[in-house]
Design a protein around this ligand. Structure first.
Ligand SMILES: Nc1ncnc2c1ncn2[C@@H]1O[C@H](COP(=O)(O)O)[C@@H](OP(=O)(O)O)[C@H]1O
Ligand SMILES: [Mg+2]
Ligand SMILES: [Mg+2]
Ligand SMILES: [Mg+2]
Length: 361
């Protein structure tokens, strides 16, 4: 199947959500950043983007049953005292829809419509049927700092990711790692997409330029390889792996699934993600990046070398760590991961200290 209709709807939804988010990022105040119960940040853009994608997918596809597995929920928005914030989100969604010619005749949108659209994202996913998977703003920390973030949307069919679209509004159209291109600061905003078996593509987020096929790096010289990691606290295990591989450059730190996009177009060869023990990775943090990278010729696996399984509900079922790299480099990266993990355990036993890996402070 080629999922042509679904891809067109997903690209439209994600592009509009990116437009909404860009407006919010420009004027965002620290006082407008809420903290969720897991102590992570959330903004009007996270809620607005989720409502918008939910509304656009329903309007475009009019599915008999619509299943969306998405990050945000309306609990706090429905509480007394949130009225002004909710009005603001509703205005953002309305204005963004109004900016799209094909929605000129659509009925007006109430705050309740916006809450209901966000609540559509409560699905649990699973191994049967169609499920859309959405991270309305991935890398909210980066978004708040004015840096990298992504709007990521994927489609799961019978537990497999078959389509992914990712907007990276602040990602240069040229390589993000080699900043030799002086125009790269202005020339930003990428829309990546992939469908199963058809390759991965990128096009500018604005304008009508044709999509270009992307492919992972063909570099096999690890001395020259570049590796990516989350923006947060440096991970000792990541540096031991890089050292074992003979990588000489310092890691490039970046927020969001833009890291997958960067590997998919060959900006870097490796993205390592070892996180806090006990932290469960959600499918919306990986599904769009997973299909874009694999369709670009890359591999995404856990520390045991197994591909990721998106069929078990909203959490990924995988062994420690996520490794994103090229097919050529996979065997040596996995060997270095295994050796570094063994050593880490050895050191931690010797010193009788907890060897928990932590990305986040
Ligand atoms: N303690 C933790 N360990 C690992 N990932 C975490 C985490 N707390 C939050 N995250 C996830 O990491 C994502 C950001 O990844 P990155 O660090 O690569 O930018 C967040 O996505 P959101 O920003 O969508 O909430 C969130 O889902
Ligand atoms: Mg996320
Ligand atoms: Mg998010
Ligand atoms: Mg979040």
């Amino acid at each position: 199947m080629c999922y042509e209709k679904e891809l067109a709807a997903a690209k439209k939804a994600v592009s509009l959500a990116a437009r909404l988010s860009q407006g919010v990022q420009k004027t965002l105040l620290q006082s407008e950043v809420w903290t969720k119960s897991d102590r992570t940040p959330v903004t009007a853009a996270d809620f607005g983007s989720q409502a918008l994608v939910s509304i656009v997918l329903e309007r475009e596809l009019q599915p008999e049953t619509f299943s969306l597995v998405a990050e945000e929920e309306t609990g706090e928005l429905r509480k007394k005292g949130s009225e002004v914030f909710l009005e603001g989100i509703t205005k953002l969604v309305k204005d963004t829809l109004a900016s799209e010619e094909s929605y000129a005749d659509c009925p007006p949108l109430s705050t309740e419509d916006v809450l209901n659209a966000i609540d559509c994202g409560k699905s649990e996913g699973g191994c049967s049927g169609y499920h859309w998977v959405l991270d309305p703003i991935d890398g909210t920390r980066g978004f708040v700092r004015g840096e990298q973030y992504a709007v990521g949307l994927a489609l799961l069919v019978e537990g497999k990711v078959v389509l992914g679209v990712m907007a990276c509004p602040n990602l240069p159209l040229a390589s993000v790692v080699c900043e030799t291109d002086k125009s790269s600061k202005e020339n930003v905003g990428c829309l990546f997409f992939a469908t199963s078996g058809s390759g991965a593509y990128v096009q500018p987020l604005e304008g009508n330029s044709l999509p270009q096929k992307v492919g992972v790096s063909s570099n096999e010289n690890l001395e020259e390889a570049k590796f990516l990691e989350s923006y947060h606290k440096p991970i000792p295990l990541h540096s031991s792996i890089a050292k074992k591989l003979g990588i000489t450059a310092s890691p490039v730190r970046m927020d969001s699934q833009a890291k997958y996009a960067a590997v998919s177009r060959g900006d870097a060869e490796i993205y390592l993600r070892f996180t806090l023990s006990g932290h469960r990775e959600t499918i919306w943090d990986h599904a769009p990046g997973f299909i874009i990278t694999t369709e670009a010729g890359g591999v995404v696996c856990d520390a045991a070398g197994k591909s990721l399984d998106f069929s078990k509900g909203k959490y990924l079922a995988h062994k420690t760590g996520i490794i994103v790299t090229t097919k050529k480099l996979k065997p040596c990266v996995l060997k270095a991961v295994r050796e570094a993990m063994e050593e880490e355990k050895l050191i931690s036993e010797t010193h009788n200290r907890n060897c928990t890996l932590s990305v986040y402070v």
